[in-house]
Write a protein that binds this ligand. Structure first.
Ligand code: NG6
Ligand code: CA
Length: 548
């Protein structure tokens, strides 16, 4: 008797040598037993094949990750916004899977991106808060990264857009020479980036290791401490501003907008804010065209909808919700243009498109751009409480849409998922193995991202601006007590700071209105102990919890 199992593309075939079975003079009972054992083996082999690939398909899709900046849970019409229409994103959602319980790991950009890139929660590593524009690279180049997973799987990898994870060593980026290490040392084969944020100097793109279009005779100088050079600033020359700051953002003026930090030089390299979305779209489409015949991972990291909001004339004044609404339209257009190219190049079926955001929404983030006055009843965080910077879910629960035609189930998923799991999940998808210590917080949630399972991540940890940590487990969310204002005087956002512990039942109270900590002191104790253990293991001091 011989039994051989061969795995073809999608099928497992079994060949039985019937001659030998006959010669064994099996009685019916033996034959039944034999078949039972065979099918068990077959089953195990099949589920192994499924587990190994995470799916029965062994086609390796391209990955197109479109990551918005500060886009809130309520900012898209497919997430319930009624005052603004986002047809291109809504179309992707209707063709794919829309998550209602997806999380960035942090309520600000740098730590969320750090966690997504490394599979390690940023709060484990000091110095991963909002990075100044002259920060040195925050990710150790020896570390495993999301792009490296794809690179190791022989994908071509690229980043286009916002980086904000620092560049260079020790003294920070050397703007006038080689700027390294950076994305190219972390697994991206090509890199075209906005180094930090558009509201931070220097206002230049970096392509590969160099500032794009830099004239060596006009070197760049940057300072984040004291004024430098003779370029006008928001403080001294408010008459030169086309958009006034509301808080901060009053240093060097570039393109009529005052920024955080001082700079001079690099005139030929300065970006034009109104063209940034267009530049990102063009660069992304070029990459798609050049890579239509090989697997790729393209990380499109938009400036929209972060401040300063300076939409292109095509979108200025078009939303009826002020510039914040206009740049939402611009972001939707960005998605539409890139996806049109996927269609044109015949790549749509074999590309997993992921759309998400790095943290929750903010309306006034430092410029008087009319967004507050023109909000018109739009709720950027939807039903959630808080927003960017906050320990409430408005800070970290973000839109997540995944489309991979014929593979990702269509519809809705309420499974609790986190962006920290992209690394492990895509490692499984591309058949990569790595030492779990290299991405300690990343878990394989591939079946959930593909819509094959709706199982929650067992636990989600969220980080607010001032490093307050929260744990979500099932319906319960525990926010540790912490110092700091309940509400930001500048942005008007409820930050979730409370000297008392907070406990919310998210299934019944998505808006975190009803603090149940006093009603369930045992639960609070258990969560506090759990978080205490997690923090002490990470070398972070735990505050004493007192229920008053
Ligand atoms: C804050 C900035 C804010 C924004 C944020 C980073 C001020 C007053 N506020 O410090 O405008 O740049 O940093 O945003 O300077 S993030 O999305 O990149 O995290
Ligand atoms: Ca952000």
């Amino acid at each position: 008797m011989s039994l051989s199992i061969t795995r073809k593309t999608d099928t497992v075939t079994m060949r039985l040598n019937m001659e030998k079975i006959k010669s064994m003079k099996l009685n019916f009972k033996k034959l039944f037993y034999f078949l039972q054992v065979s099918f068990t083996i077959l089953n195990v082999a099949f589920s192994y094949a499924q587990n190994k690939a995470g799916t029965t398909s062994n086609i390796r899709p391209n990955i197109l990750l479109i990551y918005a900046d500060d886009l809130g849970y309520g900012d898209l019409s497919c997430y319930g916004a009624t005052k603004i229409k986002t047809p291109n994103i809504d179309k992707v959602a209707s063709q794919g899977l829309r998550f209602t319980n997806a999380h960035a790991t942090s309520a600000t950009c740098t730590p969320s991106r750090y966690s997504m890139m490394t599979g390690e929660y940023a709060w484990r590593k000091k110095g991963t808060g909002i990075a100044p524009g002259n920060a040195s690279l925050l990710i150790d180049t020896a570390k495993l990264t999301l792009p490296a997973i794809f690179k190791n799987a022989k994908y071509n990898t690229a980043i286009v857009g916002k980086w904000h994870l620092g560049l260079g060593t020790g003294d920070g980026p050397q703007w006038n020479s080689e700027i390294r290490p950076g994305p190219l040392e972390l697994g991206f084969n090509s890199s075209f980036i906005i180094p930090a944020t558009v509201d931070r100097v220097p206002c230049v793109y970096v392509e590969g290791h160099r500032v794009l279009n830099l004239d060596p005779k006009d070197p760049i100088a940057v300072s984040y401490n004291e004024p430098l050079g003779d370029w006008p600033t928001g403080v001294k020359n408010p008459e030169l501003l086309k958009m006034k700051p509301s808080h901060g953002h009053n240093q060097t003026i570039v393109n009529g907008i005052s920024r955080i930090g001082y700079m001079t030089g690099g005139k030929s390299a300065l970006w034009t804010d109104e063209d940034i979305a267009d530049v990102i779209v063009k660069r992304s489409i070029n990459f798609l065209e050049e890579n239509k015949n090989n697997p790729f991972f393209l990380f499109v990291s938009t400036h929209d909808i972060h401040v300063p909001r300076a939409p292109h004339a095509n979108f200025a004044g078009k939303s009826g919700l002020g510039t914040r609404g206009d740049v939402i339209l611009q972001f939707d257009w960005t998605v539409g243009e890139i996806l049109k190219s996927l269609d044109r190049l015949g790549l749509a079926n074999n590309t997993m498109v992921i759309i998400s955001s790095d943290n929750g929404p903010v309306v006034n983030d430092g410029y008087q751009d009319g967004s507050v006055e023109n909000l018109n009843g739009h709720a950027p965080a939807g039903v959630l409480r808080g927003g960017k910077y906050s320990a409430f879910d408005g800070g970290t629960r973000v839109p997540l849409i995944i489309r991979w035609p014929k593979v990702v189930s269509k519809g809705l998923s309420d499974a609790a998922v986190s962006q920290v799991d992209f690394l492990a999940s895509f490692a499984v998808l591309t058949g990569q193995q790595y030492n779990a210590k290299d991405a300690p917080d990343s878990k394989n949630m591939l079946n959930v991202f593909l819509g094959k399972s709706k199982k929650d991540r067992d636990q989600i940890i969220e980080q607010s601006l001032n490093n307050t940590l929260s744990i979500i487990e099932g319906t319960w969310k525990y926010i540790e007590p912490g110092k700091g204002p309940a509400k930001s005087a500048e942005t008007g956002i409820e930050l979730g700071n409370n000297t008392q512990p907070q406990l919310y039942d998210l299934n019944k109270d998505k808006g975190e209105k009803n603090n149940l900590a006093k009603k369930y002191p045992e639960k609070v104790k258990a969560f506090a102990a759990k978080l205490g253990a997690i923090k002490s293991e990470a070398g972070i001091q735990q505050q004493e919890i007192k229920l008053q």
